[in-house]
Design a protein around this ligand. Structure first.
Ligand SMILES: Cc1cc2nc3c(=O)[nH]c(=O)nc-3n(C[C@H](O)[C@H](O)[C@H](O)COP(=O)(O)OP(=O)(O)OC[C@H]3O[C@@H](n4cnc5c(N)ncnc54)[C@H](O)[C@@H]3O)c2cc1C
Length: 509
């Protein structure tokens, strides 16, 4: 999608301006562009740099929501999961789960079986089953053995959250939308009691511009109550921090995901194989008034996570020194006055006024439903924004399920077959990525900073020790050739990346 348009190149008016380039904004952009509306999305950081690159990366109904009686959320999520498994195969893939059952555990096997039967029924497929202790240990020999009665097995799905956002953004741009990263809405503009547009600032060039809009949508996640010129009506948010640890699969071997209750507070936690590593999470804590741009894992969270791991896999004797990296994100939850953070509802909230809709909360999994709901509401004020009719899905073809095609699109696959760089098919240091993917991302995917490339276009910075510092010389050559960075620019980008990695992904000793 390079080169990125300057603010001065934009038309003076769009049907729709979307504030925020996370999954919510990207989903709305995608649906609105498909419906033929003229639409602009602006993101103050990189696309998916907020919560949408820091989720647990599960596309799931959420069994725990079922337990809390959130039937509608579970049903919608299960249906969307199934739809994504078909339409985005290769980017959204099935994930088998094992939930061990121990003596005296609540809920016990009977209740779990009932819950899973309801979960299966919602998804229209019978995937869950009961296992004996022996069968469970065959599948996962490292489980805690003491008191083990058996397990239940079921299926959900996993994704790469940042890549999902990026695919939606780039597909929308191919359909005629405009999407700009590193552009902030400095003010929401109003006239005669109606929102009429936004004042933008390009954080790279410093350029400013006012854009008129038929409708403005606030999809700014945990920032959605803090927009200058906010016309009001937003619910009070309770940002809840969730942190994850990443381990090498060699230290924490997994055949499938394992989910269990944390011994300290009975919250569900899980670990699963993701992009060649073991991803373990998560916490659920009030972030309070701390800076939403700095959701860093605290030492207490790291210890809580390690306590959970030691409980389930005592023989592995894992320590924090084994972890490769960590990351934290903020759930944009609507404050419902519950004592415990985990008791707050995960449903989304929508509010509106003349020329204006706000949306927050919700899940990665249900982005498409959220987008359609928002656009139906927007169409009451501006009929051009009505989403197109729902189309039944064709089943995935083998080509659709190719990992790279699902992530980068067909143009990448064509380009790779003609790429003159001999090393482009080489894998990057045991990760699922190739140098070709990195080069393509640098060339075509609106990369402005090194962290865009290593933390979101690819996830190499999470998968390798020290954020992949050992590879940086070869990455520098790609950036020089594709982004034209000279040695001063590279030195700046390198130190910015390593500092960011130290703050947000290193494990405190
Ligand atoms: C720890 C954790 C685990 C989770 N796990 C799952 C999971 O496994 N499955 C699931 O379905 N869901 C999960 N979720 C929920 C899901 O990740 C979030 O609901 C979702 O990512 C929120 O997306 P968003 O687009 O609303 O917010 P964000 O991704 O935060 O996007 C909002 C964007 O708005 C931008 N912005 C703010 N102000 C401005 C401005 N003035 N101008 C321009 N841009 C602006 C921000 O920079 C930000 O990028 C999880 C959440 C967390 C925190």
């Amino acid at each position: 999608m390079n080169p990125r348009p300057a603010l001065s190149d934009l038309p003076s008016r769009f049907d729709l301006v979307v504030i925020g380039g996370g999954i919510t904004g990207a989903g709305i952009l995608h649906e609105a562009a498909a419906a033929g509306a003229s639409v602009l999305l602006v993101e103050q950081g990189d696309f998916a740099s907020g919560t949408s690159s820091a989720s647990s990366k599960l596309v799931h109904g959420g069994l725990r929501y079922l337990k809390d009686g959130q039937w509608r959320l579970t049903l919608e999520s299960v249906r969307e999961r199934n739809r994504l498994l078909r339409s985005r195969a290769g980017l959204v893939d099935p994930q088998a789960f094992l939930m061990p059952i121990y003596r005296g555990m609540k809920p016990g096997r009977a209740v779990m079986r009932m819950g899973l039967a309801a979960y299966d029924a919602m998804g229209g497929q019978w995937r869950s089953r009961s296992l004996t202790a022996q069968q469970a240990l065959q599948m996962q020999p490292t489980l805690r053995r003491e008191g083990l009665l058996g397990a239940v097995a079921y299926e959900d799905a996993r994704t790469d959250d940042a890549r999902l956002v990026l695919r939606l953004v780039f597909e929308a741009v191919e359909a005629g939308a405009v999407a700009l990263n590193y552009v902030r809405v400095g003010e929401v503009l109003k006239a005669s009691g109606r929102v009429r547009g936004v004042a933008l600032r390009d954080l790279r060039s410093g350029a400013t511009r006012e854009i008129e809009a038929g409708m403005v949508i606030n999809a700014a996640g945990v920032w959605s109550c803090a927009l200058p010129g906010d016309p009001g009506g937003a619910p009070t948010l309770r940002p809840l921090r969730g942190s994850h640890l990443i381990f090498p699969l060699g230290r924490l071997p997994l055949q499938q995901a394992v989910s269990w209750l944390h011994p300290r507070d009975r919250r569900p936690v899980f670990v699963y194989p993701w992009e060649g590593v073991a991803l373990f999470g998560t916490t659920d804590l009030d972030h309070g008034a701390a800076d939403p741009a700095r959701p860093e894992m605290t030492r207490d969270e790291a210890l809580y996570l390690m306590e959970g791991l030691a409980h389930q896999f005592p023989d592995l004797r894992l320590s924090l020194k084994d972890a490769i990296s960590s990351y934290s994100g903020l759930r944009p939850i609507v404050a419902g006055g519950k004592d415990q953070p985990s008791a707050e509802s995960r449903e989304s909230a929508i509010w509106s006024g003349p020329g204006w809709i706000g949306i927050t909360g919700g899940k990665l999994t249900t982005f498409r439903l959220t987008a359609r709901q928002v656009l139906h509401l927007a169409a009451r004020q501006l009929p051009a924004l009505a989403p197109r009719a729902e189309t039944p899905l064709a089943s995935a073809t083998p080509a659709d399920s190719e990992r790279v095609r699902a992530r980068y699109g067909s143009a990448y696959v064509d380009w790779l077959s003609r790429s003159p760089w001999a090393g482009d098919r080489d894998g990057i240091a045991g990760t699922p990525y190739t140098w070709g993917e990195l080069r393509w991302a640098a060339r075509r995917e609106a990369v402005l900073h090194l962290d865009d490339l290593l933390l979101r276009r690819t996830r190499i910075g999470l998968l390798l020790p020290q954020g992949g510092a050992a590879l940086l010389d070869r990455v520098a050559a790609v950036c020089r050739e594709e982004l034209g960075w000279d040695s001063a620019q590279w030195a700046h980008q390198r130190s910015r990346y390593l500092e960011l990695w130290r703050l947000r992904h290193a494990i405190a000793p």
